[in-house]
Design a protein around this ligand. Structure first.
Ligand code: SAM
Length: 250
C-alpha cells in the first residue's frame, strides 16, 4: 500500500502528468485539496472513497490514510500544482514515516510555469536573469531569517511570489528600492482555469492596475526584467561556433 502525492497541475485538467492521471483512476481512495484542485482532474476515477481535504485538519487526513493502509488500499493524495511547493506534504510525510506507510511523490506543473506560459515568456534570459526565486508572502507562516522579500530582492533575480496578492502594496514597497519603479510585474490570477486573467504593469503602477481587477486569491506575482523588453544575449547552447557534445563539429 502506498500514498501517492500527486501534482494536479495549476487548474487545466489536461496539465496533469499521464502517471498522475493513471494513479487517480486506479487508487481506491482519493484525498484531494478541493480548494485548488478542479473536480475535472478526478474524472474517470473508480475510487470508493473520495475525500475533500479542504474540510479536514492534518490529524483527520492522516487518520484517513491510516484507515486505507489498514485495508491495503492505495491512496491518491492530490495537491495543486507541484506538491513540493507550499503543498504541506512535509508534515504528512513525517506522519507516514512514523507509521511505516510508504509514499511516492508524482510531480506536477507548478503555478510559476503555468503563469510564464500564459505570459508567453522565458523567466531566465541570458544576461538579464539566470535565477528564479520562488517565494511566498509570509503572513500566516512567517518567513525564516534571511528570507524577507528585501533579502531576496537584493539578488535582482526573477521573483515568483505566492500567496501575496492581498498584500501587493507591501510587496511593492519592499521591492522598489532594489528593482526600481520601471521594473515589469505581472499578476496572474487562476492561470489555466476557464476564468484565468492577468494584469501587467511596473512596480510603479501595478498596485493600481491590479486593484482594478479585484484579484483576492489564487494569484501569482511575477517580478523581474525578463518580463519586459530588456536586451538579452543569445544562449550559448544554440550559438553557431559553440561546440558541445551534440554539435562537436561547430
Ligand atoms: C498553497 S500554494 C500552492 C502552490 C502549488 N503547489 C504550485 O506548485 O503551484 C497556492 C498559491 O499558489 C499560487 N497559485 C496556485 N495555482 C495558481 C494558478 N492557477 N494561477 C496563479 N497562481 C496560482 C497562488 O499564489 C496561490 O495562492
Amino acid at each position: 500500500m502506498t500514498v501517492y502525492f500527486i501534482g494536479a497541475g495549476p487548474g487545466d485538467p489536461e496539465l496533469i502528468t499521464v502517471k498522475g492521471q493513471r494513479l487517480i483512476r486506479q487508487c481506491p481512495v482519493i484525498i484531494y485539496a478541493g480548494s485548488l484542485v478542479p473536480a475535472a482532474v478526478l474524472e474517470g476515477h473508480q475510487a470508493s472513497t473520495v475525500i475533500n481535504s479542504a474540510e479536514l485538519h492534518l490529524e483527520q487526513i492522516i487518520a484517513a490514510m491510516r484507515t486505507a493502509h489498514e485495508h491495503g488500499q492505495d491512496v491518491a493524495r492530490v495537491h495543486s500544482g507541484d506538491p513540493s511547493l507550499y503543498g504541506a506534504i512535509g508534515e504528512q510525510i513525517r506522519h507516514l514515516k512514523a507509521l511505516g506507510i510508504d509514499y511516492q511523490i508524482i510531480p506536477g506543473v507548478t503555478a510559476t510555469a503555468a503563469s510564464a506560459a500564459l505570459l508567453g515568456c522565458e523567466l531566465t534570459l541570458p544576461q538579464v536573469a539566470q535565477t528564479v526565486i520562488l517565494t511566498r508572502y509570509g503572513d500566516s507562516s512567517p518567513m525564516p531569517p534571511g528570507e524577507q522579500l528585501a533579502d531576496l530582492a537584493r539578488h535582482g533575480s526573477t521573483l515568483a511570489i505566492h500567496l501575496g496578492v492581498k498584500h501587493l502594496p507591501r510587496i511593492v514597497e519592499a521591492l522598489l528600492p532594489h528593482y526600481g519603479t520601471e521594473c515589469p510585474v505581472a499578476v496572474v490570477h487562476r492561470a489555466t482555469w476557464p476564468d484565468q486573467d492577468w494584469v501587467r504593469g511596473t512596480l510603479g503602477n501595478i498596485v493600481e492596475r491590479s486593484a482594478a481587477k479585484h484579484f483576492r486569491r489564487t494569484a501569482l506575482i511575477l517580478v523581474g526584467h525578463v518580463l519586459g523588453d530588456a536586451p538579452f544575449a543569445e544562449s550559448a547552447l544554440y550559438r553557431a561556433g559553440h561546440a558541445h557534445l551534440y554539435r562537436p563539429g561547430d
